[in-house]
Design a protein around this ligand. Structure first.
Ligand SMILES: [Zn+2]
Ligand SMILES: [Zn+2]
Length: 223
C-alpha cells in the first residue's frame, strides 16, 4: 500500500495515479510518454483486479450458500425480446440521426447551427452504439443459457450474475456485509464458481462451489 500525496488515502503501491482523487504519485517527474504508459499500466492493474484471479481463488474462504438471494428478474423470453427490441431501436435511431445530420449539413443554414446539430447527432449515435453493443452481448449470452443447467452468467453490467430456470431469468444477489469492513458485498462468477466479494476490498472474498449452490437454488426454486 502507498499513501496518496494529495488526499492521504491508501492504495495499491503498483499504481501511479490515486484511484480516489486521480493525483499523480510518481517517485520522479514524468515525461508525457511516461505518464501515458503509467496510465495504461494502472488501467490494466485495475482491470485485472476487477476480475477474479487465480491468486484470489486460492485465498478465498469457503462461503455459506445461505447468503445468496435468488430473485426472478423477468420471463426469459420477454428478457430476450426486450434486448432485440432495444438494439433494433438503437440502430433505427442511429440511422435517423445520421440522416437528420446529413440533411442539416447539406442545407443552406447558419454554420454554428450546423455544428451543434452534427455534435448532438454524433453524441446520440455514440449512445446508440453503446446500447447496441451491450444488448447484443446480453442477447447472445442468453441464447447460450440452457434451462435448468445452472450455467451462471453475467448478462447485464449493473446486475448480479444470472441463470435460467423454466421460463424465468433469475438474478443471484446477496445482502451479506463484509465481516471485516461491514460494507456491502456483491456476487461474481468465474468458471462456474460463485464468489461473494467485498465492495471495498477485493481481497475479502468467499467462494461457493457449484454442487453447493445448485442444491440450494433448486431447493429455493421449488418453494
Ligand atoms: Zn488521492
Ligand atoms: Zn471487506
Amino acid at each position: 500500500m502507498k499513501t496518496c500525496k494529495a488526499c492521504q488515502k491508501e492504495f495499491d503501491e503498483n499504481l501511479t495515479y490515486c484511484p480516489f482523487c486521480g493525483a499523480e504519485n510518481a517517485d520522479k517527474k514524468l515525461t508525457y510518454f511516461e505518464r501515458k504508459q503509467a496510465r495504461d499500466k494502472d488501467t490494466q492493474i485495475i482491470l485485472d483486479k476487477a476480475s477474479i484471479q487465480q491468486s484470489d481463488e486460492e485465498v478465498a474462504q469457503v462461503g455459506d450458500v445461505e447468503e445468496f438471494v435468488v430473485e426472478k428478474v423477468q420471463d426469459f423470453k420477454k428478457a430476450q425480446a426486450f434486448c432485440v427490441a432495444r438494439f433494433s431501436a438503437s440502430v433505427i435511431f442511429a440511422i435517423a440521426c445520421l440522416v437528420f445530420g446529413w440533411l442539416t449539413v447539406t442545407r443552406d443554414i447558419d454554420n454554428n447551427l450546423k455544428l451543434i446539430v452534427v455534435l448532438v447527432a454524433f453524441l446520440a449515435i455514440g449512445v446508440c452504439a453503446s446500447i447496441f453493443i451491450s444488448d447484443i452481448y446480453a442477447y447472445v449470452t442468453m441464447r447460450k443459457m440452457n434451462d435448468g443447467d445452472f450455467s451462471i452468467r453475467k448478462i447485464f453490467y449493473s446486475k448480479g450474475p444470472m441463470f435460467r430456470s423454466g421460463n424465468g431469468l433469475y438474478e443471484i444477489k446477496t445482502y451479506k456485509k463484509c465481516d471485516e469492513c461491514q460494507t456491502n458485498m456483491h456476487v461474481e462468477v468465474k468458471d462456474d464458481v460463485l464468489f461473494l466479494v467485498c465492495d471495498t476490498n477485493r481481497s475479502h472474498l468467499y467462494k461457493i462451489e457449484k454442487d453447493a449452490y445448485v442444491a440450494y437454488f433448486k431447493d429455493k426454486l421449488s418453494k
